[in-house]
Write a protein that binds this ligand. Structure first.
Ligand SMILES: [Zn+2]
Length: 72
């Protein structure tokens, strides 16, 4: 689900992430007030991190289920 009303940005200069309700042509970092270092945040990396965590949980449940069947 993508929220088109706000955009996430990350400042490459101070690694500060922030969201702007209206994406202008020149978003400014609220921390260091730079504009040239601000880039759109990469949400896909965060999404894959969440999926990796879920895969880990499912793998644990799978192993637990096998252990339950084997040792029951
Ligand atoms: Zn900054």
């Amino acid at each position: 689900m993508v929220n088109l009303m706000s955009a996430n940005y990350v400042c490459a200069d101070c690694d500060y992430q922030f969201a702007l309700s209206e994406a202008g042509d020149d978003p400014r970092c609220p921390k260091c007030t730079r504009t040239e270092a601000v880039e759109p945040a990469d949400d896909s990396a965060l999404q894959s991190d969440i999926w990796r965590q879920w895969l880990f949980v499912f793998a644990l449940l799978f192993v637990a289920g096998i252990a339950y069947v084997v040792f029951e």
